[in-house]
Design a protein. Structure first.
Lengths: 488, 277, 309
C-alpha cells in the first residue's frame, strides 16, 4: 500500500482540473459562497439536523445572542444531506461550521479522523457545566469514543410504548405497566395486540399496532429494539475489549426477534411496509392504532395532527405511555439515540462553538425549550437527569418517569454498534428485514445469508481481523471518565 | 364525407383526445390543487374535488419562512450560468460541423450524442470528490461546470441543425467580397441563426433547470436549487405535502412557459434538431 | 461546403495561416471536446484508479490500501447488483417499448387534424417538461395507499390493489415506477412521431392508397420506414435515460420493497453518497460504464451503419 504516492498523483490530477476551471474563464463570479465570507469573531455557525428539537432550539437562539453577544447562524438540513455535507467539508478541510450536529453513528469516525475536537479539555476547565447531571447512559451511548467526549447531547431518545387508553378500556384489556418487569414480555405484548385483532372502534376497523417497514434506517431502528431485548448482538466482541467484529447474526435470539417483528407487522396496516419514522407516529395520531412502541419523541409528537401543523390530533387526550416489553429471562436493554453537538477541528472559533454547545445542552436552556408553547409543546428529550424531577416540566410531559426508566436501561453501543462503515451494514440488514416482512422466507436462512454479507463488508472494510487497538468500552468506564472530568 | 362511419370516427377521435388530456394533464392539476388546498384535505378518502383554496403553502415557501424564494434565484443562476458558459464552446463547434467537410464527422456527432446518454451518477461521484478537494463543493460554479456535460452536446446538435439551414450562397457572396471566415461567421451567419441560438438556449435552460442529480450532490444549503427544495420537505420527522406541491408547482412554471411559447420548436428541441417539426 | 472557406487574403504570416487554414474546423471543435473530456474522462480515470484501492470515507479521508480487483469482485457479489441490473433492463426495455407504441397511437390520432386537436397537441407535452424528481413526488402522492387519487380510482373501478399499496408490494412496485415514467415520456414520443409523420409526403401515401394498401400496411411499410432515423434516435435516447434512472426511484421507493425497484443508478448513489465507499463505487461505476458503452456501441453500429452525415 502506497498511500503517499497516490496522494501526490492525485494532487497533480487536481491541478489539471483546476486548469480546466480556469480555462472556462468564468470561475470568479461563481466562487464558493461560504469561502469568501469574513469570519467575524463574535459569531458562531451551527449546522443542525431538522429533528423535532430543532424548532424549540431555534426559538431560544435570541436568548443566547443576548447573553453572550455572539451572533448565531443556524442552518438545518435533512439527515442524508447533513451527512453528505459534513463528509465533504471534512474531506475538503474547509471550515464550514463551528458547531455541527453529530449522530452517534458518526462519532467514532469523526474523532478517529480528527474531524471534530475532543471536548475533554474544555469540560475539565469548565467549573459550571455540571457534567454529573447528564445521564451517564446517554453520554456513554452517544458522546464517548475511546475515552474522549466528542460531543454533548442536545436531544436524547429512548424507546417506549404508546397505547390508547379509551380503546383498552372499551375492550377490557389491562393497561400495559409503566415499569419493566418479567410480566411484561414481548410475548405478552403480541398477545395483548392480538386481543385487538378484528375489532372496530368508534365505527372504524382497528389495527392492533403499527411498525416501520421501510429500509434501511427506519426498520433497523425499530427492529433492533426487539433484537436487543432478546440479547441478540451484532458482533463476537464489541464494545468490550478485545474487539472482534466477526458477525453473529445467526442463532435463536435473532430468529426469535425476526418472528416477533413479523408478528407485529401482521398486526399492522399492510402499507406499513413502506413506513418511515414519522409514518408510524402519524398513523397512530390518526386514531385507528391500538398500541405501538417507538422513539420517545413520539410521546409528544403524536399530540399533533400532521407534521408542523400545530393542530391537535384526535388521540391527544386518549393515549398513555408504558414501559417497553422485555424478553423472558434476559435483562432489558433499551435502544438509545438522539442528537449531539460537536466542534469541527477546522473551526477557527472553537471557543464560541463550545460556548454554544454548553448553552444548548444546559439545564436552563433545555427547560426553556420544554416550556416553549408552540406546536403543542414539542420538546422533552432531556439528557439531564434533574429535568426529570422538575415539577413544572413534569406537569406538561406527564410521561417523564417512564421515559427516565427507559433511559436508565439504555445502551446505544449494543443496540446499533457505532462501528466505522455502519451504514453499509444497516442497508444490508434493513433490506433483509424488509424482505422478511412480506416474504415467506425462513428467518434462519435469511439471517445466515445476511451474516455472510456482513462478513464480506467487514472484511472489505479491514474490520476483520481487527488490526487497530481495542478499547474496553463500558458504562463503568464512562462513569469513571465523568468522575475524573468533574473532579479536575 | 359526413357518413355515419366518418362521424363516428370523428367522435372517437375527440373522445380519445379528451381522454389523453385527462390522463396527461389531470395529475398536474391535481398536484396544483394539493398546493392550494387545506392541508388536512390532502389525503381525504374519497378525494375532495372542491375545497376552499388557500395560498398558505405558497406563503410558507416564499414569504415566511420562505426557504424556497432564494432557491428560485439559485435555480436561475445555475441554469442561466450553464447556458451562458456553454455558448462559446458549442457555437463554434456547431458552425464547424455544419460548414466544413470533416473526416470522422459522423463519429464526432455520435460522440456528443453518446455523452448525452452517459449515466450522470457514474461520473458524478468522482467529480464530487475532485470538486470537494479543490474546495469548490457547494458553489454555483461546480454545478454550472458539470452541467456542461449536458448543455454542450445538446447545443452542438441543435445549433448545427439551425446553421445547416442558412443558405451557403450568403457566405459564398461574402467570401467573394474578400471577407475572412471569422468575419463571415460573426457578421453574417450568426446574426441569421440568432433565433436558433435563442431557441437552443431556452431548451438548454429547461434541461439545466430540471436537473436534480447534480445539485443533490453538489449544492450547499445556500446554493440549493428548487428541485432540492422539494426534497427538503421530506424530513425524518415528517413530510409536508402541500409545501412539496407548492415548491414543485413553482419549479414547473418556467419550463412549461418556455415549451408553450416555443411550441413550434418543441419537436426540434426534443430531438436535438434531427426532426425539423 | 469545404475547408477552403478561409481562402481569402489574410494578415497572418503564411506558416501560421496555413496551419489555421488546414485545421480550422478542428480548432473550432477542439474547445468543446477538451472541455467535455476534462469533465467526463478525468473523473472516470480518477475512478479507475480509486477502484483498485480500499477507500471508505467513513473510515478515513485517504485511500487506505491497494486491493487489486477486490472491489470488482465485491461489486459483482453485492446483495443487490444482479437484481439492480435486471430491474434496470426491465425498466429500460419495457419503458421504451410501451412509450413508443402508446406515443405512436396518440400521434396517429393527432394526425387526423380535426379542429381543436392542435390545442390537445400543445398541452399534451406538459408532462415531459416537468423535472423527473417532481414527477416522483407527484406519483408518490397519487399512489398513496390512504388517499391517493390513483389508488382511489383503481379501488372504485374494482381493480385489485395489493393491501401494502402500489409502491409497497414487490409485485406492483416496479410497474408503478414504470408507469410514472410512461406518463411523463409518452407525450414526448407522441409529439415527435406526430411531427415526423407530418413530414411524410402526401403523394407517396396517395399512391399507396391507389394500390389498395391497407392503413396498417401503409403505416408499417411506408410511414415508419420513412421516419426511421428519428425513431432510432429517440428510442436510443429514451432507453439510455431510463437506464440511468435514479432520482425518481430515490423519491418513490428508495429501491424497495426488498430489491424490487433498485436500479443501477440508485445502487451507485447509495454506495457513493450514503455509504461513502469510494473504492467500491468506483468499481461499480466502471462496470456500469462498460455496460452502457457496449449497449450504445451495438445500437449505433446497427442503427447508423448505412447513414451518411
Amino acid at each position: 500500500m502506497n498511500v503517499d504516492r497516490m496522494a501526490l498523483s492525485r494532487r497533480s490530477l487536481l491541478k489539471g482540473v483546476s486548469a480546466t476551471a480556469l480555462l472556462a474563464g468564468v470561475a470568479a463570479p461563481f466562487a464558493a459562497p461560504g469561502a469568501a465570507r469574513a469570519q467575524s469573531a463574535d459569531a458562531v455557525r451551527v449546522l443542525c439536523v431538522e429533528d423535532p428539537f430543532f424548532f424549540s432550539l431555534k426559538a431560544m437562539i435570541p436568548d443566547f445572542e443576548k447573553e453572550t453577544g455572539i451572533k448565531v447562524e443556524l442552518e438545518s438540513l435533512s439527515y442524508d444531506a447533513l451527512q453528505a455535507r459534513l463528509v465533504s467539508a471534512f474531506v475538503a478541510q474547509t471550515s464550514d461550521a463551528d458547531v455541527i450536529a453529530v449522530d452517534q453513528m458518526w462519532l467514532g469516525q469523526y474523532l478517529d479522523n480528527g474531524w471534530i475536537v475532543s471536548l475533554n479539555d474544555f469540560i475539565a476547565k469548565d467549573a459550571d457545566i455540571d457534567l454529573g447531571d447528564f445521564l451517564p447512559e446517554v453520554l456513554y451511548s452517544s458522546n464517548m469514543w475511546r475515552g474522549q467526549i466528542g460531543t454533548l447531547p442536545v436531544a436524547a431518545y429512548a424507546q417506549g410504548v404508546m397505547y390508547r387508553k379509551d380503546m383498552f378500556d372499551e375492550f377490557g384489556i389491562a393497561a400495559p405497566p409503566s415499569e419493566t418487569s418479567e410480566d411484561w414480555t414481548w410475548t405478552k405484548y403480541v398477545e395483548t395486540l392480538k386481543a385487538l385483532e378484528g375489532k372496530s372502534f368508534n365505527g372504524a376497523p382497528v389495527f392492533p399496532t403499527v411498525v416501520c417497514g421501510s429500509q434501511p434506517s427506519p426498520i433497523v431502528h425499530m427492529f433492533t429494539q426487539v433484537s436487543t431485548s432478546h440479547g441478540a448482538g451484532w458482533f463476537k466482541s464489541f464494545p468490550g475489549a478485545p474487539w472482534d467484529f466477526e458477525p453473529q447474526l445467526t442463532g435463536p435470539a435473532w430468529v426469535k426477534s425476526v418472528e416477533v417483528y413479523r408478528a407485529l407487522y401482521r398486526l399492522s396496516p399492510p402499507e406499513a411496509i413502506n413506513y418511515v419514522w414519522f409514518d408510524a407516529g402519524t398513523r397512530f395520531a390518526k386514531g385507528d392504532i391500538g398500541m405501538f412502541y417507538w422513539w420517545t419523541p413520539y410521546f409528544y409528537l403524536i399530540k399533533n395532527a400532521g407534521y408542523m401543523t400545530g393542530t391537535k390530533s384526535d388521540v391527544m387526550d386518549k393515549y398513555a405511555t408504558a414501559a417497553l416489553p422485555k424478553a423472558e429471562g434476559v435483562p432489558q436493554t433499551v435502544s438509545l439515540g438522539g442528537w449531539s453537538l460537536g466542534v469541527p477541528s477546522s473551526s477557527t472559533r472553537q471557543d464560541n462553538g463550545y460556548a454554544f454547545i454548553k448553552w444548548a445542552t444546559s439545564k436552563a436552556t433545555q427547560k426553556k425549550m420544554a416550556l416553549w408553547p408552540d406546536l403543542n409543546h414539542q420538546f422533552s428529550d432531556f439528557a439531564r437527569a434533574s429535568l426529570y424531577e422538575d415539577d413544572e416540566v413534569k406537569a406538561i410531559y406527564p410521561y417523564l418517569d417512564i421515559q427516565l426508566a427507559m433511559m436508565k436501561q439504555g445502551n446505544g453501543k449494543v443496540t446499533r454498534p457505532p462501528v466505522p462503515g455502519y451504514t453499509a451494514l444497516e442497508s444490508v440488514l434493513g433490506l433483509t428485514l424488509n424482505q422478511l416482512l412480506t416474504g415467506s422466507e425462513d428467518p434462519a436462512a435469511a439471517l445466515e445469508r445476511t451474516n455472510g454479507l456482513f462478513a464480506s463488508i467487514l472484511k472489505g472494510n479491514f474490520m476483520i481481523p481487527y488490526q487497530k487497538e481495542s478499547f474496553a468500552d463500558s458504562l463503568d468506564e464512562a462513569k469513571a471518565l465523568i468522575g475524573k472530568l468533574t473532579k479536575s | 364525407m359526413s357518413s355515419p362511419k366518418a362521424r363516428f370516427l370523428t367522435a372517437l377521435t375527440y373522445a380519445g383526445g379528451l381522454l389523453f388530456l385527462a390522463v396527461f394533464i389531470g395529475p398536474i392539476l391535481w398536484f396544483l390543487a394539493l398546493a392550494i388546498r387545506p392541508a388536512d384535505t390532502a389525503f381525504a378518502m374519497p378525494p375532495q374535488f372542491t375545497f376552499e383554496p388557500t395560498l398558505n403553502a405558497f406563503r410558507h415557501i416564499l414569504v415566511d419562512p420562505g426557504v424556497n424564494g432564494p432557491q428560485v434565484v439559485n435555480s436561475l443562476i445555475v441554469a442561466i450560468g450553464a447556458v451562458v458558459l456553454n455558448l462559446p464552446f458549442s457555437v463554434p463547434a456547431a458552425y464547424a460541423l455544419s460548414r466544413f467537410k470533416l473526416r470522422g464527422k459522423k463519429h464526432i456527432m455520435l460522440w456528443y450524442l453518446g455523452l448525452l446518454m452517459a449515466p450522470p451518477i457514474a461520473f458524478l461521484i468522482p467529480y464530487f470528490i475532485l470538486i470537494t478537494r479543490i474546495g469548490l463543493q457547494g458553489s454555483y460554479f461546480s454545478m454550472v461546470l458539470v452541467l456542461q456535460t449536458m448543455t454542450i452536446p445538446f447545443s452542438v446538435w441543435l445549433m448545427k441543425s439551425f446553421i445547416d439551414e442558412v443558405p451557403a450562397e450568403l457566405e459564398e457572396a461574402a467570401r467573394v467580397d474578400g471577407a475572412r471566415w471569422f468575419t463571415i461567421m460573426w457578421r453574417i451567419t450568426l446574426p441569421i441563426v440568432r433565433p436558433g441560438i435563442i431557441v437552443t438556449s431556452m431548451f438548454a435552460f429547461v434541461f439545466a433547470w430540471n436537473n436534480a442529480a447534480f445539485p443533490l450532490v453538489l449544492s450547499a444549503r445556500s446554493t440549493a436549487t428548487l428541485p432540492i427544495g422539494t426534497l427538503g420537505y421530506f424530513a425524518t420527522s415528517g413530510v409536508t405535502w402541500n409545501f412539496i406541491a407548492a415548491a414543485a408547482v413553482l419549479a414547473m412554471i418556467p419550463p412549461m412557459i418556455i415549451f408553450l411559447v416555443f411550441d413550434r420548436y418543441v419537436v426540434r428541441g426534443l430531438t436535438f434538431g434531427s426532426v425539423k417539426g | 461546403m469545404s475547408a477552403t472557406i478561409a481562402r481569402s487574403p489574410q494578415a497572418l504570416p503564411p506558416a501560421r495561416r496555413s496551419f489555421v487554414r488546414r485545421n480550422l474546423p478542428y480548432l473550432l471543435i477542439a474547445p468543446s471536446v477538451i472541455m467535455l473530456l476534462a469533465l467526463i474522462a478525468y473523473p472516470l480515470l480518477f475512478a479507475l484508479r480509486s477502484s483498485f484501492y480500499f477507500w471508505n470515507l467513513q473510515i478515513g479521508p485517504e485511500p487506505q490500501a491497494f486491493v487489486g480487483f477486490d472491489n470488482y469482485v465485491q461489486a459483482f457479489n453485492a446483495f443487490d447488483f444482479q437484481d439492480a441490473l435486471v430491474n434496470t433492463l426491465i425498466l429500460s426495455i419495457a419503458g421504451t417499448a410501451i412509450e413508443f407504441v402508446l406515443g405512436l397511437s396518440i400521434a396517429l390520432l393527432l394526425l387526423r387534424a380535426l379542429p381543436g386537436m392542435n390545442v390537445v397537441r400543445a398541452l399534451l407535452i406538459l408532462p415531459t417538461t416537468i423535472a423527473p424528481i417532481v414527477v416522483g413526488f407527484l406519483f408518490r402522492y397519487l399512489y398513496d395507499p390512504g388517499g391517493g387519487l390513483i389508488t382511489w380510482l383503481l379501488k372504485s373501478t374494482g381493480l385489485p390493489i395489493p393491501p401494502e399499496g402500489l409502491l409497497g408490494s414487490p409485485t406492483t412496485a416496479l410497474a408503478a415506477v414504470l408507469f410514472a415514467d410512461v406518463w411523463q415520456w409518452t407525450p414526448f414520443f407522441a409529439i415527435v412521431l406526430y411531427a415526423s409523420l407530418l413530414s411524410v409526403p402526401d403523394e407517396i401515401i396517395e399512391a399507396a392508397r391507389l394500390d389498395r394498401a391497407s392503413a396498417w400496411t401503409i403505416l408499417m411499410r411506408i410511414k415508419l420506414p420513412l421516419i426511421r432515423r428519428t425513431a432510432v434516435i429517440i428510442v436510443m435516447l429514451r432507453f439510455m435515460q431510463l437506464f440511468n434512472t435514479f432520482d425518481t426511484v430515490l423519491v418513490l421507493t428508495r429501491g424497495g420493497p426488498g430489491t424490487s425497484t433498485r436500479t443501477l443508478g440508485y445502487s451507485l448513489y447509495e454506495q457513493g453518497l450514503i455509504n461513502f465507499n469510494i473504492g467500491l463505487v468506483s468499481a461499480m461505476t466502471w462496470i456500469t460504464v462498460l455496460i452502457v458503452n457496449v449497449i450504445v456501441a451495438l445500437y449505433v453500429f446497427f442503427a447508423f451503419r448505412n447513414e451518411e452525415w
